[in-house]
Design a protein around this ligand. Structure first.
Ligand SMILES: Nc1ncnc2c1ncn2[C@@H]1O[C@H](COP(=O)(O)OP(=O)(O)OP(=O)(O)O)[C@@H](O)[C@H]1O
Ligand SMILES: [Mg+2]
Length: 257
C-alpha cells in the first residue's frame, strides 16, 4: 500500500490540492521525485521527513514560488496559471505561513492584515479592518493590532501571520515549520491556533516535527525522504508501525534514541 499517494479515500471529490507526478531538480540535485499527493477538503496532512528531503520545495511548488520540471499541480482541479493576475489570485487562495515570520516590519499588525484584502480582494478599509480585528481576536493578538511586528513576541508575530493569511479567505493553508524558530514556551500558543483552525474544517498542509500535534490533528501523515513520498498513512499507524526502514530511522532520530 505504500504507493497509495494519488487516490484519497474520497475519490469522487475533486481534491483542493493535487500533485501528479511532480519532478523538480536544482541543477544536478533531484529534489522532487514523482511526487503525487491529493489533499481533500477539510483534510489536515502533516508532512515530515529529514532535512533536505524536499518538504519546503514541495510547499513552495504548490504555491508556484518554485517552478517544477514536469508533472502537474492542480488547485480544485485547475492547473496553476503560469503568471499574471490569475496566478496572483490563485496564490492568494493558498495561505502560506513560514518558519520566519514574514510580516512587513514597517507596518502595524493591523495594516499587515488589511493590506491583501484591500489590494487583492478589493475590500474597503472599514470592511478589511473589522474583519482583521475579528481574526486578530481569534488568534489572541487583538491587543497588538496597532503595534509594529518588532514589538511582538515571536509567537504573537506568528499568530498575526496566520491571521494575515486567513484574511485572504484561503481555500487551504500551508504551514512550513511554523514553530521551529520559536522559543519553546511560544510553540503551543501557535499550535493551539492551528488546532482550532483544523477543528473549524480548514484544509491544511503542515510541515512540522511536532509529533504530538501530528498525532492529535493530522488526518494523514506523509513521510518524505530524498525527494520522494516514502510512505503515508493515519498518524497512529505511521508513528506506531512505520513500514519503511527510512521512516523508522527518522522517527528514532527525532525521538532521541
Ligand atoms: N534554491 C535552491 N537552490 C539549490 N538547491 C536548493 C534550493 N532550495 C533547496 N535546495 C536543495 O533542495 C533540497 C531540498 O530542500 P528543501 O528545503 O525542500 O528540504 P526540506 O525537506 O524542507 O528541509 P528542512 O527540513 O531542512 O527544511 C536540499 O538538498 C536543498 O539544499
Ligand atoms: Mg524546509
Amino acid at each position: 500500500m505504500s504507493q497509495r499517494t494519488t487516490e484519497g479515500s474520497r475519490s469522487g471529490e475533486t481534491p483542493v490540492i493535487e500533485l501528479r507526478h511532480v519532478e523538480k531538480h536544482f541543477g544536478d540535485l533531484h529534489v522532487l521525485r514523482d511526487v503525487s499527493l491529493s489533499v481533500h477538503r477539510g483534510e489536515v496532512v502533516v508532512v515530515i521527513g529529514p532535512s533536505g528531503s524536499g518538504k519546503s520545495t514541495m510547499c513552495r511548488a504548490i504555491n508556484r514560488l518554485e517552478t517544477i520540471d514536469s508533472g502537474e499541480i492542480l488547485i480544485e482541479g485547475e492547473p496553476l496559471p503560469q503568471e499574471g493576475r490569475e496566478l496572483a489570485r490563485m496564490r492568494a487562495e493558498l495561505g502560506m505561513v513560514f518558519q520566519q515570520f514574514n510580516l512587513f516590519s514597517h507596518m502595524s499588525v493591523l495594516d499587515n492584515v488589511t493590506l491583501g484584502p484591500r489590494d487583492v480582494l478589493g475590500l474597503s478599509r472599514e470592511e478589511a479592518e473589522s474583519r482583521a480585528m475579528e481574526l486578530l481576536a481569534r488568534v489572541g493578538v487583538a491587543e497588538q493590532a496597532h503595534k509594529v511586528p518588532a514589538q511582538l513576541s515571536g509567537g504573537q508575530q506568528q499568530r498575526a501571520a496566520i491571521a494575515r493569511s486567513l484574511a485572504m479567505r484561503p481555500k487551504a493553508m500551508m504551514f512550513d515549520e511554523p514553530t521551529s524558530a520559536l522559543d519553546p514556551e511560544m510553540i503551543n500558543e501557535v499550535l493551539d491556533v492551528m488546532v482550532e483552525l483544523a477543528r473549524g474544517g480548514m484544509t491544511m498542509v503542515v510541515v512540522t516535527h511536532e509529533m504530538s500535534f501530528a498525532r492529535r490533528v493530522a488526518d494523514r501523515v506523509v513521510f518524505m525522504a530524498d525527494g520522494q513520498i516514502m510512505e503515508e498513512g493515519a498518524p497512529d499507524a505511521f508513528f506506531d508501525h512505520p513500514r519503511t526502514q527510512r521512516a523508522r530511522d527518522f522517527l528514532d532520530s527525532i525521538r532521541g534514541h
